[in-house]
Write a protein that binds this ligand. Structure first.
Ligand code: GTP
Ligand code: MG
Ligand code: ZN
Length: 299
């Protein structure tokens, strides 16, 4: 744990913490804010955690062996950067949309970074611009970047200032390259890592938080390129598509699923070109539980 004065202490938890509403295999996650006091154990000073502050948000995944239990991956994220590339690897819109829905459910803002801009030809740039317009219209901040050439990396750094961020996206989209671009001497700084091994009995995953030199923190979750999972009822999925949610009150039925119902404002907006077909397609797939292996979260 990192104390207010910046020094680090090994900490243990006193007693048992029960967290409201979630059955979790780990009481404490990287990103948590805690209260602790210092205790002398032999010739070592250790911290004893007495309280975990309420979390602004947290991301979870199912504990592998105990399917009903969840494992908190990280807590108190200010934002997640989703890296997207058109090819090498291909990021399909269904992946982006699933990710955004999950982030909405977790209450975590997402910034979409279209990376590898240096590699695209004119036609591909048209496609990138189309996606930038689409997602900006929905309400997400988008940036075109090249982690390799440094394009707009300063803007990413500005967004990261004074906050805790996470980088996500398929394998190969450039997460590590971007981390190195914002913090070139990252490797040298690993000694200052505030590291927290999760000791959940049934998992081996751990996340780490890094303090960066320019006043930002990043959480790295090896092996979880996506976002963990949230179980959602079909009725709530539409609420996590901001442009659908805005229209919901104009649908004839207040429990409208925007599928085959008459006088549906979302379908009308779709016909009018005000809602993107790709968004609607993703929505239908999520609501009906349709799975297409080509479009699954491959992370
Ligand atoms: N041309 C170009 N190549 C890039 C850019 N960003 C990353 N790459 C290359 O893409 C490849 C994958 O980048 P990584 O940073 O390792 O990707 P990653 O997201 O960390 O991948 P995983 O660790 O497997 O999840 C590397 O060969 C990078 O050099 C970019 O902006 N432009
Ligand atoms: Mg990497
Ligand atoms: Zn509707």
């Amino acid at each position: 744990m990192k104390a207010e004065d910046g020094s680090f202490y090994d900490c243990r938890i006193k007693g048992k913490f029960r967290i409201k509403d979630i059955k979790s295999t780990n009481p404490l996650a990287v990103g948590d804010h805690v209260e602790f006091y210092l205790e002398q154990a032999g010739d070592e000073t250790v911290g004893v955690i007495t309280d975990i502050h309420d979390r602004k948000n947290y991301i979870i995944r199912k504990s592998v062996k105990l399917s009903k239990q969840t494992h908190i991956i990280a807590a108190n994220l200010d934002q997640v950067f989703l890296l997207v590339t058109l090819n090498n690897p291909t990021t399909y819109t269904i992946f982006i949309d699933r990710f955004l829905v999950t982030a909405e459910a977790y209450d975590i803002p997402v910034v979409i970074l279209f990376n590898k801009i240096d590699t695209y030809d004119e036609d591909q740039m048209v496609e990138v611009d189309y996606l930038v317009d689409l997602y900006q219209e929905v309400g997400y901040r988008c940036l075109k970047i090249s982690a390799k050439e440094g394009l707009n990396v300063e803007k990413v750094k500005e967004l990261m200032l004074d906050s805790t961020s996470m980088f996500s996206g398929h394998s190969g989209v450039g997460k590590s390259t971007l981390i190195n671009a914002v913090e070139p001497d990252m490797e040298l700084r690993t000694a200052e890592i505030s590291e927290q091994h999760q000791q959940g009995q049934h998992t081996t995953t751990f996340a780490e938080m890094y303090d960066l030199s320019f006043g930002a923190r990043i959480i790295d979750t090896p092996g979880i390129k996506g976002f963990g999972i949230v179980d959602m009822e079909p009725e709530e999925i539409g609420d996590y598509f901001p442009e659908f949610f805005k229209l919901k009150s104009e649908c004839k039925f207040n429990d409208c699923l925007h599928l085959d119902e008459p006088k549906c404002a979302v379908k009308q907006a779709l016909e009018d070109g005000e809602v993107a077909w790709s968004r609607y397609r993703s929505y239908v797939q999520m609501v009906t539980g349709e799975e297409d292996d080509n479009f699954r979260d491959r992370s």
